[in-house]
Design a protein around this ligand. Structure first.
Ligand code: FES
Ligand code: FES
Length: 80
């Protein structure tokens, strides 16, 4: 995750429907925080994750989470 978009350095709160998602780690996507396949020349790969029921999630944008693509709070933000 060391090449991911770190513009904000804060978790990204999203409410997602059930499905398979791909978190961009290269920062080149025009559809951040999701991968749009723009990573091909970057050497980065997206992180696949699955949502089984509609819920609010917090995606890591600092690149330090041990639970990527989810924020684990090591950025200093307390999650609800
Ligand atoms: S566009 Fe960034 S990982 Fe795919
Ligand atoms: S945004 Fe990366 S751990 Fe919180």
């Amino acid at each position: 995750m060391d090449k991911m978009n770190i513009d904000a350095g804060m978790p990204i709160a999203l409410t997602l429907d059930p499905g398979i998602y791909f978190r961009c780690t290269c920062g080149r996507s025009q559809n951040l925080p999701f991968c749009d396949e723009s990573h091909h020349a970057s050497g980065s790969l997206p992180i696949r994750f699955e949502i089984r029921e509609r819920k609010k999630i917090y995606l890591c944008s600092c690149g330090k989470s041990a639970q990527a693509p989810y924020c684990d709070g090591c950025c200093g933000v307390s999650l609800p």
